[in-house]
Design a protein around this ligand. Structure first.
Ligand SMILES: *Cc1c(COP(=O)(O)O)cnc(C)c1O
Length: 428
């Protein structure tokens, strides 16, 4: 059958570009993460916080953007300290694609009994937030001789994790005795995105006072928004997360960060309905005129929240189709969304075209508004069904292994497409 002109060639016989197109077509949507924008955002935060060190918070799969890719890109850009939430995330950051061979990794979730071996094995540091944890950590270190370091988290108002001020005070003698194994002292701001919240000054005063007693130990207080509260909040190290990924750290002013995530979905059908017909589950949206709809292949299972639905009383979110903003029509379904494209020129949108859900002026914060949440949750909810494309960042393309002698002749490789499983075979 090899001579059958209609036979679809094996993916190994296609060019890299055609392979990529085929990979993208297998998904309803394409999520593009701009690693260069993440690097630019990190540099901007670093500059704003100078002379403090700028770390990167890459918990929750780097806010949905991909732990290994983001860690690797930022590490290459000069970032030396990273924060994750769990040991498992630390393992991914340390080992996936060998992203972080020797950066410092802190685990915000703290220390549990019997997790010492895990910390030692991947050489990362717990952020210790209570005296029981500290005692257990000390037992582990004494028993094994491990001296990889740990942070002390002090609670200054969040009432979440952290030693109380009195508890922190009680371990100062240990700090003064030397050889204490504490490599960072930190706290976390409650309302950093509100410039004028009185809580900021209160937490700053409390932290400044206790941190000054941890002599010789670097101190850290600011998250993304905290960096923009000014130099007194920056101490020795800052811990931005959301701002790296394009969320506005200063919601009361223009966003100083670059957008990072672009999300496109495929039109799978165009249909026309009569005035008076309804659209979608529950029939909550009624056409007030003869209406043209584009049905796109993304839904709430992809992290496009159902809260962005529209009905006869309320407008929902907007999607960019053929360069124009068009409204969502009716309820968001699990895998599909209907868009009202009646106002577009005839034939401007066709089956197979891609529409923009996020990007080209639709920001993470705008979507968050329609979803009834914050940009953080929009990012960490981004689905796992998209084809993932990484732009920039000098990411090592896992499939491209040119012979050293041929490397100079290779055309620039296209952006890498993440294959969740079973990547297409290498061209032979
Ligand atoms: C998540 C987190 C950060 C990062 O916060 P952003 O607001 O995303 O910048 C910093 N510090 C701690 C303790 C965190 O849990």
């Amino acid at each position: 059958m090899a001579s059958d002109p209609n036979m679809i060639p094996q993916s190994g016989l296609l060019s890299a570009e055609a392979n990529q197109a085929a990979a993208l077509a297998a998904h309803g949507g394409v999520l593009t993460v701009d690693l260069d924008a993440i690097i630019a955002n990190w540099r901007k935060l670093e500059k704003t916080a100078v002379p403090a060190e700028c770390s990167a918070v890459i918990k929750a799969d780097a806010y949905g953007c991909g732990t290994a890719q983001v860690a690797q890109a930022l590490n290459k850009a000069g970032c030396k300290t990273f924060f994750v939430a769990t040991i498992e995330e630390a393992r991914t950051a340390r080992t996936a694609r060998a992203a972080l061979p020797d950066a410092t990794i802190y685990v915000l979730g703290g220390y549990f009994q019997n997790t010492g071996e895990h910390y030692a094995k991947i050489n990362c540091r717990p952020v210790i937030g209570d005296l029981n944890e500290l005692a257990e950590w000390d037992v582990f270190c004494r028993r094994t001789g491990w001296s990889g370091g740990a942070a002390i988290h002090i609670d200054t108002g969040m009432n979440r994790l952290g030693l109380t001020l009195a508890e922190a005070q009680a371990i100062i003698p240990r700090i003064n005795a030397g050889d204490h194994g504490i490599t960072l002292v930190m706290s976390h701001l409650v309302s950093a995105e509100q410039l004028n919240s009185p809580v900021n000054a209160k937490q700053l005063a409390a932290f400044r006072s206790i941190a000054s007693e941890f002599s010789g130990v670097p101190a850290a207080l600011a998250n993304s928004s905290g960096i923009f509260l000014g130099a007194p909040f920056q101490f020795d190290l800052v811990r931005p997360g959301a701002a790296l990924y394009g969320v506005n750290p200063t919601p009361e002013a223009d966003n100083p960060m670059q957008p990072v995530v672009d999300l496109k979905a495929r039109i799978v059908q165009i249909r026309t309905i009569e005035r008076g017909e309804s659209v979608g589950y529950g029939g909550t949206w009624t056409a007030r005129r003869p209406t043209k709809l584009a049905i796109i292949a993304v839904g709430y299972a992809d992290g496009y929240f159902r809260a962005a639905s529209s009905n006869d009383g309320t407008r929902g979110a907007e999607v960019i189709v053929a360069g124009k903003r068009c409204p969502v029509a009716g309820r968001i379904s699990m895998d599909l969304i209907a868009i009202d494209i009646t106002d577009l020129p005839p034939n401007a949108a066709r089956r197979g075209h891609m529409v923009t859900l996020l990007g080209d002026g639709i920001t993470v914060d705008e979507l968050a508004h329609h979803f009834g949440t914050i940009g953080y949750e929009v990012l960490t909810s981004l689905g796992h069904r998209y084809a993932r494309v990484y732009k920039g960042g000098n990411v090592v393309e896992p499939l491209a292994k040119p012979e050293p002698a041929q490397a100079a002749e290779q055309p620039p490789s296209p952006p890498s497409v993440e294959q969740p499983a079973n990547p297409p075979p290498l061209p032979s």
